[in-house]
Write a protein that binds this ligand. Structure first.
Ligand code: SF4
Length: 485
């Protein structure tokens, strides 16, 4: 088997994952990590400028070409920053994100779009140091470059502040024996039969493994992995103790909410705690506003005062009940410009002071509003007034004061809504055009820039109708709570 750094990292996380990648990839499921990959690529490109002028080894399907181009760059320059420098030793291939050549010494920099160092990154860079060292290159430094989450953009992007650089040279050299032995066993494994590996937390961390359904196909169903209210860490802990089926789980010390999920699995009735629902409803006052934001995240902030990965709002829907009448307002930013100021101003216009508003999972809406208040001091007191008068419609469902089997243990609105209104086509996200969820909304917003006027209008309309359904759904959910109280 030819190894690359990503294959090596997958193999040491779980040898069976690598074996399946190589021999039976068709049994894996598709995991949508497009936005992670996209952010990773953007971060990689920006980081190339971190040390000034660089020689870039162009990506090619022909690895030999990349190896030759790297050698040319190394031979021609005594001192240079080379990006994507590529090396191969004994069928172990690697491209170094940033290689700094200082005479006969080499520094290796691995760029990550994450805001913290994970253990697997240390294996990744140690593998690169192994390949270079075996080729008799004198590696003097190995560093992980990752995003500084507290960076705030002021004017031009400041790369020195945007990135943290952690020197992990000692760790990388300490791992060299381990790397050699891992490579040997991974190569040997490839020619053998499918390895027998027991599922563990490695199935979900540091990567979500696409073979989870395949590896658990022999377990009795339903089993503990289908219980939503059980934490992932608890699932694997219990599984290691021999707890597999729901019957096994019933005999364990478990949280009340997990027990309710199990208890109601096969019941046709609703669990309704009228007292608690009434208490919740009494915290609301009218006129009542229902708010939902759509946002996007960027690893590298495009706009002034932006932080890496902060939620940037570009759209909201606002239903409100005033004098018993349901009304609607909405906002969708123009594409390609900073959407925050216009959105914050419109929000202050649309939600008066001192009124009660509802969000579904208000932690999210509140954090967006708080950031806007930090950025725009002139709007801060109004924004914080909205923030302080917000209530969370998710609470009765999170607490299971209202629950039925169709919610399948979840309190997400995407489960709660069809569970409460199974036959209402107006409340079915599947009946929307083009935009059906938050990530499609985010992608649609980015696409708006590239469209013709006619297509743009259509997409705008689809985005507006999607977000409108989010708050209309909240209105109907509240009606349901009022009906059962
Ligand atoms: S699901 Fe778990 S055991 Fe199966 S291949 Fe993936 S990591 Fe390995």
């Amino acid at each position: 088997m030819n190894l690359s750094k990503s294959k090596y990292c997958r193999g040491i996380t779980c040898p069976k994952m690598l074996w399946l990648d190589e021999n039976k990839p068709e049994v894996g499921e598709t995991i949508n990590n497009d936005s992670i990959l996209e952010n990773g690529q953007k971060v990689g490109e920006v980081a190339k400028k971190l040390f000034g002028e660089n020689i870039d080894v162009a990506y090619s399907d022909d690895l030999k070409q990349m190896l030759d181009d790297t050698q040319t760059a190394i031979n021609k320059n005594n001192n240079a920053v080379i990006t994507e420098a590529s090396f191969c030793y004994d069928n172990c291939f690697c491209s170094v994100d940033i290689l700094i050549k200082k005479g006969n010494d080499y520094e290796v920099y691995e760029v990550k779009s994450s805001t913290q160092i994970k253990d697997i990154y240390l294996d990744d860079i140690s593998y690169q140091v192994y390949v270079l060292s075996k080729l008799n290159l004198h590696v003097t430094k190995a560093c992980i470059v990752f995003i500084n989450s507290s960076y705030e953009r002021h004017g031009k992007l400041n790369l020195k502040k945007l990135f943290n650089i952690e020197d992990v040279t000692k760790i990388a050299f300490d791992k060299q024996e381990e790397i050699a032995s891992n490579i040997k066993s991974l190569k040997e494994m490839s020619s053998k039969k499918e390895p027998d590996v027991l599922i563990s937390k490695n199935c979900v961390s540091p990567y979500e493994c696409p073979y989870f359904a395949y590896c658990t196909s022999s377990l009795e169903k339903p089993n503990i992995f289908s219980v939503k209210r059980l934490r992932t860490t608890s699932k694997f802990k219990l599984f290691n103790e021999g707890v597999v089926t729901l019957k096994d789980l019933e005999g364990c010390k478990i949280d009340d909410k997990v027990r309710t999920e199990l208890e109601y699995r096969d019941k046709n009735t609703d669990l309704v705690n009228k007292k608690k629902i009434k208490e919740f409803l009494e915290t609301l006052s009218y006129p009542l506003y229902f708010l939902d934001f759509e946002t996007f995240q960027e690893a590298i902030p495009s706009y002034e005062y932006g932080h890496p990965y902060e939620q940037i709002p570009f759209q909201y829907s606002l239903h409100y009940i005033e004098n018993g009448e349901l009304k609607h307002k909405e906002f969708l930013a123009e594409p390609g410009i900073d959407p925050r100021r216009a959105l914050a101003e419109k929000l202050c216009e649309d939600i008066p002071l001192d009124v009660c508003s509802l969000a579904y999972n208000m932690t999210f809406e509140k954090s967006v509003i708080k950031r806007l208040a930090n950025i725009y001091p002139d709007l801060a007191s109004h924004l914080m007034n909205i923030h302080d008068h917000m209530k969370d419609l998710m609470v009765p469902f999170y607490q299971m004061d209202y629950y039925n089997a169709k919610m399948a243990g979840s309190y997400s609105i995407k489960y709660v809504l069809p569970a409460l209104f199974p036959d209402d086509p107006k409340l079915d996200y599947h009946n929307l055009d083009e935009v059906h969820n938050g990530s499609e909304a985010m992608n649609a917003y980015f696409r708006m820039n590239e469209l013709s006027r006619e297509d743009l209008e259509k997409l705008r309309e689809n985005l507006l109708r999607y977000c409108e359904l989010d708050t209309y759904a909240m209105v109907r959910i509240l009606e349901k709570l009022n009906d059962v109280k």
